[in-house]
Ligand binder design. Structure first.
Ligand SMILES: *Cc1c(COP(=O)(O)O)cnc(C)c1O
Length: 381
């Protein structure tokens, strides 16, 4: 029997050990821990990596989402009470952010095969109060941005991206510098939670956009609503990317593409070699660079049984996510007040009931990948 962890941070830490230690001691010696040079340097580097004009570092991914939406309200592009279309099968933070900005999430079914927003369901989800689409690149797979942006343009809606799982996913295989959100999305929110494809050593997040005005307001909102010290223009919060996190991210960013390429290699093997009628996988997209496989999901009606089978054979798995947002107690009040809307969501509910995330990450060896495949193929009820 082989032990295969769900995800190993060890590998990245060992591979970059000296560089990470150097980053720590640089920040220590600089005696400057918040809003210094490293944050600026990382913001510039990550904006350039994403092919966008501006990046604003914030405290975490939830804040990146919330502040991006709040800034759009402050700039008069949306108003509190407006409806925002969100896929129903997302991590709770996407929906929390919409509520925190005083907006009304409208939950929409995903495509059952790709698990991202089903564009054919956008029209029926719209009402006269719909102002924006907040799409989620779930598991690292880019949603169909050209179709979403085309729909939004025709309806006069804003488009935002929850890119917390999709660092480095590329839209166009012929133009690798054309990354997430190159199309006309208004802004994308990232998380640098330690286990994301690009992770810090604590919390971190960023808003990436071509809209310099929006970037300026996000930056101000994260710093008490202040641009100039002790002059407060907005009711802001304290949400900033620490120097230590920025330094770690700067050391890791040059390796992101190689790590994602390894994930894509592993996913291609999983897709081709997992052959069990009880286990469904999601397909590799036509443009393989548009999926960075933050998570490799499989779907099985007897999910809990499969999870136990794999655990007994040394394969660690997780569930993303067992309870969809519309079933969470936290939103019961909003639902009853009409501050969260949805129709029937059989696909989102099926995915929550059957999803199992199998080991994935640049640390995996070919032997581990083969063992996971072999073990899943041996599963029978
Ligand atoms: C991780 C994640 C977030 C939240 O990021 P934090 O940095 O943990 O606040 C939001 N949305 C999605 C889809 C995520 O995976």
């Amino acid at each position: 029997m082989m032990n295969v962890p769900f995800y190993s941070l060890d590998y990245v830490n060992r591979a970059l050990g000296d560089a990470l230690r150097e980053s720590f001691s640089d920040v220590l010696d600089s005696k400057w821990f918040i809003r210094g040079n490293r944050c600026c340097e990382f913001e510039e580097a990550f904006a350039a990596y994403c092919g966008k004009k501006a990046c604003v570092g914030v405290g975490n991914g939830l804040d990146a989402l919330t502040l991006m939406l709040k800034a759009s309200i402050l700039l008069g592009r949306m108003a509190e009470g407006d409806e925002v279309i969100v896929p129903a099968n997302t991590f709770v933070a996407t929906v929390l952010a919409v509520r925190a900005a005083g907006l009304v999430p409208v939950l929409v079914e995903p495509n059952r095969d790709t698990c991202v927003l089903d564009v054919s369901r956008l029209a029926e989800a719209c009402s006269e109060k719909t102002r924006a689409i907040l799409t989620v690149h779930l598991y690292g797979r880019l949603a169909d941005m050209s179709a979403i942006c085309e729909f939004a343009k025709a309806k006069g809606l804003l488009v935002f991206e929850d890119a917390a799982q999709a660092h480095g996913a590329a839209l166009d295989v012929n133009n690798l510098s054309s990354l997430v959100s190159r199309l006309s999305s208004n802004a994308a929110a990232y998380s640098f939670y330690p286990t994301k494809n690009l992770g810090a050593m604590g919390d971190g997040g960023a808003v990436v956009t071509d809209d310099l005005e929006l970037a300026q307001v996000v930056k101000s909102l994260g710093n008490y609503g202040s641009r100039e010290k002790y002059v407060n223009q907005y009711v802001g919060v304290n949400s900033r990317l620490d120097e230590i996190q920025a330094a770690i991210l700067l050391a890791k960013l040059p390796h992101l593409d190689a790590w994602n390429a390894r994930r894509q290699e592993i996913a291609a093997r999983y897709c081709a070699e997992i052959k069990n009628p009880l286990v469904r996988v999601t397909p590799v997209p036509a443009n393989p660079k548009s999926h960075v496989w933050h998570v490799f999901p499989v779907f099985c009606e007897a999910r809990d049984d499969l999870q136990k089978f794999l655990k007994d054979r040394g394969v660690e798995t997780l569930i993303h996510y067992p309870i969809p947002p519309h079933k969470q107690e936290a939103f019961a009040g909003a639902l009853s007040r009409g501050e969260l809307r949805h129709g029937n969501l059989p696909i989102a509910e099926e995915l929550a009931r059957t999803e199992l995330s199998i080991p994935m990450g640049p640390a995996m060896t070919d032997e581990q990948v083969a063992y996971v495949i072999e073990t899943i193929n041996a599963y029978a009820r």
